[in-house]
Ligand binder design. Structure first.
Ligand code: EPZ
Length: 444
């Protein structure tokens, strides 16, 4: 497995320019939405990441012809010959992704049956799917557990309903949107997630002919329609990738221009970036390519108190890269993780590199969350600044994995980072981008 190791010679500030493409947490879902159309769809600015390949394979199994378009990074998805796939084949293609669960509604509408394999995805908490299954049952679907997954059918069709999520889950909101758009009648969803990726999925569905009203207070109303057509769409940029490289610029005292990044998707992150002492500049000149430049302006970074939250709060996926930058801030920072219960395990590796981070079961920083009275170490106290030293690191999950890379780039000496291929799930060409920014890296 030596080719799954990256050797990082740390200590060099990142300098230069890279590009962020379409959001990893939108593109696979827009690909799933293409199943609902009766004409081909076109998706632009698609990143070359493993999650896209997994969904491409899954759609192919169901008879969707997915081909590269004429433009670079364009996919054409033709669902005109859609069919049921065998569960054995689905299991092979599902990989370690959570996207297969989102195929339920579209497959029920188009072929009347869905087999959903046991799901993968990062191990950052329990990651139950009870909201998804509860909602599908409300629409009239029958869910049967069987070895290796679930059979889902809708013998009496799918019908609009009134739903309220116990927590504004991104995946469950997407599940409900993808099911409700062609269910008979009106669906009202309360306590919906309203992340920019969800709004972008709503834009995709609206282009297809769906009628979706986003009301205030997290209420979404969907009027079912009988047919949807294909779409052409350029997704929002990947705001997690942007924040990851921005944090890398801060942690290495560098200066990075990220083409494609948009201020409107990053507002909460930009506030934190400024509070910590980072500098940024938005390029939105008319006719220009657009982007945001992030840099360390010199001097000391400042400690902050942060908590992760659903949109418009500070994203849980921004947490790990920012914690690496906070190891360089002067004073005591607090990070309260309120979205996933087990998303701080990676801090052990940072401590091994010289950071001083302690994790606690209590909700630190002011606001009590769902995990407070339970046995989860979900608050971190970061004392800085700490000099980081190279280490041998094993990547635990996607976002923590990228933060290990940031730490290795910021550290003095040569680190060996094992399991880096996992990062390809969500970061396009990350090795080439590291090299373009002057990081000294090679395969082990
Ligand atoms: C999406 O996961 C993203 N994944 C995650 O990014 C992201 O961290 C998360 O949303 C929050 O923004 C994709 O888009 C593929 P949730 P999702 O349902 O939809 C609980 C990354 O690295 N919950 O909003 O799976 C759940 O346990 C990934 O790019 C239930 O209890 O997240 C969690 O505590 C990691 N029951 C909370 O809701 C359910 O049925 C939020 O999860 C569903 C969720």
């Amino acid at each position: 497995m030596t080719d799954d190791v990256l050797v990082v010679h740390g200590g060099t500030p990142l300098h230069g320019q890279i590009r962020a493409r379409g959001a990893k947490n939108l593109v696979p879902k827009a690909m799933v939405a293409a199943l609902l159309g009766d004409t081909p769809s076109r998706l632009h600015d698609v990143p070359a990441i493993r999650d896209v390949e997994i969904v491409r394979g899954l759609l192919g199994l169901h008879g969707v012809r997915v081909t590269d378009g004429a433009e670079p990074c364009e996919l054409v998805l033709d669902p005109t010959n859609i069919e049921c796939a065998s569960s054995d084949e689905i299991n092979v293609h599902a990989g370690s992704s959570r996207i297969p669960i989102l195929l339920c509604g579209p497959l029920l509408h188009r072929v009347g049956h869905a087999f959903i394999p046991d799901l993968g995805g990062c191990n950052i908490g329990g990651r139950p799917i009870d909201f998804h299954l509860g909602a599908l049952r409300e629409f009239g679907a029958l869910v049967e557990k069987r070895a290796g997954g679930m059979d889902i059918t809708s013998p009496n069709g799918l019908h609009g309903c009134k739903l309220s999520l116990p927590y504004p889950s991104v995946g469950a909101t997407e599940q409900i949107l993808l099911t409700a758009v062609m269910a008979e009648g009106v669906t009202e969803l309360r306590n919906a997630a309203v992340e920019p990726e969800i709004i972008d999925l709503i834009c995709v569905l609206q282009k297809m002919g769906a009628i979706i009203r986003v009301r205030t207070d997290r209420v979404i109303e969907i009027e079912g329609v009988r047919r949807l057509r294909g779409y052409s769409h350029r997704p929002i940029p990947d705001r997690i990738e942007v924040a990851s490289w921005a944090s890398a610029a801060l942690a290495t005292r560098g200066d990075v221009m990220i083409r494609g990044a948009r201020q409107v998707d990053m507002m909460t992150f930009l506030n934190t970036f400024t509070s910590v002492g980072g500098a940024f500049e938005v390029d939105d000149r008319p006719g220009a390519d657009g982007g945001i430049r992030f840099w360390h302006p010199g001097g000391e970074l400042r400690a902050v108190v942060l908590e992760t939250d659903v949109h418009p709060g500070f994203m849980t996926d921004w947490q790990q890269p920012m914690v690496v930058a906070l190891t360089q801030a002067h004073g005591i920072s607090i990070m309260h993780e309120t979205v996933y219960e087990r998303r701080l395990g990676y801090t052990d590796a940072l401590n091994q590199m010289g950071a001083t981070i302690q994790t606690y079961r209590e909700c630190l920083g002011g606001t009590p969350c769902r995990f407070g009275r339970r046995n989860f170490r979900h608050s971190a106290v970061i004392a800085g600044p700490s000099k980081l030293y190279a280490a041998d690191l094993v990547i635990p999950d996607l976002r923590a994995g990228f933060s290990h890379l940031i730490a290795a780039m910021a550290a003095a000496g040569t680190s060996r980072v094992y399991g880096v291929d996992l990062i390809k799930r969500g970061y396009e060409d990350f090795e080439a981008k590291m090299a373009a920014l002057g990081a000294r890296v090679e395969r082990g």
